[in-house]
Design a protein around this ligand. Structure first.
Ligand SMILES: Nc1ncnc2c1ncn2[C@@H]1O[C@H](COP(=O)(O)OP(=O)(O)O)[C@@H](O)[C@H]1O
Ligand SMILES: [Mg+2]
Length: 368
């Protein structure tokens, strides 16, 4: 009898992204071990082994690497010095580079520009004086953001007039970036996976945010085909030029026929959750295929798809939907033990559905 070698994927982070990586790793026959500081992390219920530890605990991170054949991250703020040291000894296949490039909004936007992706105008801002100078050049309205650790609209403020400068003072406790406000027509994102040779791209989704948090992702993004192709092509080229491997999601603003880079994340992205049912292969599966040294598959759209994010306030509605029997409505509940308004608790994917059909038939089921 031939003995099969089962590979183990180590995942830094055990949130919903970790959980969905674990689901797909299993389908591909791999084991998983997750590290997360929360004892009740969603991924812990499904992974083969877990380590409860802080993301900056060097011994715990090394233990995760020792137990794994290949390591990835779903958490973006792993300290660089720790990861760089581990990268020399272990197979952290995506490496620290894409994480380093995305951890600081200033570095991230400079890097995007250097590699051919236009961004909103921006400037580093460290105190009230440099803020005034930057506002004088960029003009109102503009957006002030902390350079590090921002997410879901936290750590940023839109400045519309002089009066807002006072309010902005709080953010200035840490280094910031001031950005030109883009009155975009809409937001869109692309998720790509590269193995160093081939780059596969998921269909472009149109993203609708509410209070800084993704609310809906509508696929295909309704936009001229030429613009959609340009966005995909630029993403592919950017990945190649940067030499990134593994997964990368890029958020763009679209205004007329201009495309602006907003931010990127070298991990599965909320705007790619729809791919689990709406595409022939999904973002978590392609990441795992990359990690497991398997050839990548080019994804195709199954049918028009809408993804609705479920925050705490919509959890009951999502659970009700799950109890009802609706074909082509896929309810994902992450199993977080504490539900709070604005906390991501799950998502629902509607396959074979356009944005208009969703608005007419389903939108009323959720909090407005
Ligand atoms: N320069 C900008 N112009 C217009 N809207 C912006 C700008 N920057 C951010 N926003 C809005 O705020 C949302 C969150 O900002 P983003 O930079 O993506 O931070 P986060 O890390 O919180 O997702 C964006 O999706 C967009 O809707
Ligand atoms: Mg964003």
């Amino acid at each position: 009898m031939e003995k099969q070698q089962v590979k183990t994927i180590g995942i830094i982070g055990g949130g919903q992204l970790g959980l969905m990586i674990v689901e797909q790793a299993r389908l591909l026959g791999a084991r998983t071990v997750c590290l997360d500081p929360a004892e009740d992390a969603p991924a812990f219920r499904l992974c083969d082994e877990h380590i409860v530890a802080r993301f900056d605990d060097p011994a715990a991170l090394e233990e995760l690497c020792r137990r794994s054949d290949v390591v990835t991250y779903e958490f973006e703020n792993v300290p660089g010095d720790l990861l760089v040291a581990l990268e020399r000894k272990y197979n952290i296949k995506q490496g620290f580079r894409p994480l380093f490039d995305s951890q600081d909004r200033l570095r991230e936007k400079n890097n995007a520009r250097e590699h051919g992706l236009p961004t909103p105008d921006f400037e580093a801002v460290d105190d009230a004086e440099s803020l005034r100078r930057a506002v004088a050049r960029i003009g109102f309205p503009c957006v002030l953001k902390t350079r590090t650790l921002g997410y879901d609209g936290h750590g940023q403020a839109v400045l519309r007039s002089e009066a807002d400068l006072e309010r902005a003072g709080e953010l200035l406790a840490v280094p910031c970036i001031l950005e030109e406000f883009i009155p975009f027509d809409f937001e869109a994102s692309v998720v790509a996976v590269s193995d160093g040779g081939q780059v596969v791209c998921f269909p472009v989704g149109r993203n609708i945010h509410r209070e800084g948090i993704l609310d809906l992702c509508i696929v295909p993004a309704e936009m001229p085909e030429a613009l959609r192709d340009r966005m995909t092509e630029r993403t592919r080229r950017f990945m190649r030029d940067c030499g990134y491997r593994g997964i990368l999601a890029i958020e763009y603003f679209v205004k007329g026929d201009e495309i602006y880079f907003n931010e990127m994340a070298p991990r599965p992205h909320n705007s790619g959750h729809w791919t689990i049912e709406g595409a022939t292969t999904n973002q978590f599966r392609e990441l795992c295929r990359y990690l497991l040294d398997m050839p990548l598959e080019e994804p195709r759209l199954v049918a028009p798809t809408v993804m609705k994010n479920i925050l705490g306030q919509d959890l009951e509605a999502a659970e009700a939907l799950a109890r009802e029997e609706h074909p082509d409505v896929y309810v994902h509940v992450y199993g977080k033990t504490v539900s709070k308004p604005k906390r991501k608790m799950g998502h629902v994917t509607f396959v074979g559905m356009t944005g208009e059909e969703y608005a007419a038939r389903w939108a009323d089921r959720f909090v407005k």
